[in-house]
Each structure stands twice: as structure tokens, then as C-alpha cells.
Design a protein around this ligand. Structure first.
Ligand code: SF4
Length: 104
């Protein structure tokens, strides 16, 4: 019997898809920012960590969330899921920077 891989939870499959993109990082100018890192300590669900397809958010042992914008695919998910505390400032990168999709 062949194991069925859930495409949503198939991290290796997601990594393969992310590998088809390229990034033009704008050094020192993140387009997304956690407004107040201490507010994340009140958040039980940590939806940014759970929902970001590019794993840009990492939960730290002390409950804070570390964000790194370099691999962001600009999907906007984190902007939507942080609806309880509205603790994410989000805008697109400057023109010429950010993700570049090679297959549309
Ligand atoms: Fe992750 Fe999408 Fe937010 Fe970028 S916009 S950090 S890829 S959830």
C-alpha cells in the first residue's frame, strides 16, 4: 500500500515549489514588521507561525516570534490571520524588490 501524502502538510513539496521562485531582497528595508514583539506573548494561536507558507515566522522558546522577510512570497496571509491583535505592519516591497515568480 502506498502512503498518501497530504499536499497541505507536505513540507518537502512546498520547499520544491518555493525553490522555483527567486528573491531580490531589499537589504535593511523589510516590507513586513511585527509592530510590538511583546504583544505576541498574549497571542495563543500564533497564526502567523502556523499559516505562513514560506516559514518566515519562527516561535522562540520564550514565546516571542522571530520574523525574517527575505523568503516572503507576498501572499498576505499573515496580514489577515493576525486579526485579533493587528500586530503586523504589511506593505509590498519597493518596486524591483521582493519575490519573483518564474511560472506565473
Ligand atoms: Fe509569510 Fe505570506 Fe506573510 Fe510573506 S506575506 S510573511 S509569505 S504569510
Amino acid at each position: 500500500m502506498t502512503a498518501v501524502i497530504d499536499p497541505i502538510r507536505d513540507r518537502a513539496g512546498l520547499e520544491r515549489k518555493l525553490a522555483t521562485t527567486s528573491y531580490h531582497v531589499d537589504p535593511g528595508r523589510p516590507h513586513i514588521r511585527i509592530i510590538d514583539p511583546d504583544v505576541c506573548l498574549q497571542c495563543q494561536r500564533k497564526q502567523c507561525v502556523n499559516c505562513c507558507p514560506a516559514a518566515c515566522y519562527t516561535l522562540q522558546p520564550d514565546g516571542h516570534v522571530l520574523f525574517s522577510y527575505e523568503g516572503c512570497v507576498e501572499c498576505g496571509t499573515c496580514r489577515i490571520v493576525c486579526y485579533e491583535f493587528h500586530n503586523i505592519e504589511w506593505h509590498y516591497p519597493r518596486g524591483g524588490f521582493g519575490v519573483q515568480y518564474r511560472y506565473g
